[in-house]
Write a protein that binds this ligand. Structure first.
Ligand code: PMP
Length: 401
């Protein structure tokens, strides 16, 4: 008998499990719209040219594989905070930003969750309903209590702004409010600049702490600066803010696990202490982060020529997704004879589209049409080509009606 007899079978992951099922499907028509990973029009993975150039530079320089400090690569930490807040941000010049390199977005969120558990016992994190599925896992494992605020309105397939504001107002004073910096996952629906101001108002009124998850900087508008404007607005108000960053999507560094946790503090003195505690949390978890992705980001963001080339590639990727979004909308509108208004697809932004398909309908997409997607009705347009839009539209219309 095994000593592990009592270990039960874990359920497959709702997002990464979709890719496993996709790989097992033998049908030629199959489409993987589950995970948010960018593909070319030929549906192949894409390594950015600037990443290849940065890696070549690294090879030429013959850099070593010594351990990084616990907080990560200094050159990376510097440029990542600048990319997020703007190089001229007073918070940076005043030394008020505690930045540590993290294991991409997920690992950075996990560090912050541990900090909250340790220093804000009992404080709740409010997450949007719906949100990226892993948020709940992260806070559960860190033993941080969470609850949801209204976000998505199925009636309009848009933002339930009043519900959101009222739930943030209703949360116990001093709660952490988890916000998607841009390109909300899974809905693709972001607040307008005016709505962000109002969100900041209630957070300030209630003494809450804003906690941004920025996994798609550049993928919402195509502009890195514009996509950081929500975070910058809160920082400009002098608020203390937590921000997790990921380079999985915007630099295509998924498997390099490169990101950062930034805590914007009210003084440099506090920032130094916060950083020391983040390091203390990281040390027994993974000791120190990997170097390769950090060097790539430092080389790309820190070099004006490569940085400009990255912006162009970023616009190219964001542009391809916009074209696919338009084509999907056109195909749906032309084929669907029911009179349904599909314009919500055009209003959504980023890598994803929330189709409004329920679980049974999403099952039909997969079982009958070999379209793999998460069961909440989310499809990743980054995994769709122009050539497959008509087929996808047929599948969606069949599944809806
Ligand atoms: N936050 C959100 C909202 C995401 O969608 C993702 C990626 N799917 C992440 C964080 C983190 O991903 P990673 O750990 O690969 O950076």
């Amino acid at each position: 008998a095994s000593r592990f007899e009592g270990v039960s079978m874990a359920p497959p992951d709702p997002i990464l499990g979709v890719s496993e099922a996709f790989r097992a499907d033998k049908c030629d028509l199959k489409l993987n719209l589950g995970v948010g990973a960018y593909r070319t029009e030929e549906l192949q993975p894409y390594v950015l040219n600037v990443v290849k150039k940065a890696e070549n530079l690294m090879l030429q320089r013959g850099e070593n594989k010594e351990y990084l400090p616990i907080e990560g690569l200094a050159a990376f930490n510097k440029v990542t905070a600048e990319l997020l807040l703007g190089a001229d941000n007073p918070a940076i010049h005043e030394g008020r930003v505690a930045t540590v390199q993290g294991l991409s977005g997920t690992g950075s969120l996990r560090l912050a969750a541990a900090l909250i558990e340790r220093y804000f016992p009992g404080a709740k994190v409010l997450i949007s309903s719906p949100t990226w599925g892993n948020h709940k896992n992260i806070f559960n494992d860190a033993r941080v209590p969470w609850s949801e605020y209204r976000y998505y309105d199925p009636k309009t397939v848009g933002l339930d702004f009043d519900g959101m504001i009222s739930d943030i107002k209703g949360a116990p004073e001093g709660s952490f409010i988890l916000l998607h910096g841009c390109a909300h996952n899974p809905t693709g629906i972001d607040p307008t600049p005016g709505q962000w101001e109002k969100i900041a108002d209630v957070i300030q009124e209630k003494n809450h702490i804003p906690f941004f998850d920025v996994a798609y900087q550049g993928f919402a508008s195509g502009s890195l600066d514009e996509d950081a404007s929500s975070v910058r607005l809160f920082v400009a108000r002098g608020m203390e803010v937590l921000v997790a960053q990921s380079y999985s999507k915007n630099l295509g560094l998924y498997s390099e696990r490169i990101g950062a946790m930034n805590v914007v503090c009210s003084s440099s003195d506090v920032a130094v202490r916060v950083k020391s505690q983040l390091k203390r949390i990281a040390r027994p978890m993974y000791s120190n982060p990997p170097i390769h992705g950090a060097k790539i980001v430092a080389n790309v963001v820190g070099d004006p020529t490569l940085f400009n080339e990255w912006k162009e590639e970023m616009e190219l990727m964001a542009g391809r997704i916009k074209t696919v979004r338009q084509k999907l909308f056109d195909s749906l509108s032309a084929k669907d004879k029911s009179g349904k208004d599909w314009s919500f697809i055009l209003k959504q932004i980023g890598m994803f589209s929330f189709t409004g398909l329920n679980k049974a309908q999403s099952d039909n997409m997969t079982d009958k049409w070999h379209v793999y997607m998460t069961k909440d009705g989310r499809i990743s347009l980054a995994g769709l080509s122009l050539a497959k839009c008509e087929y996808l539209a047929d599948a969606i219309i069949d599944s809806y009606h």
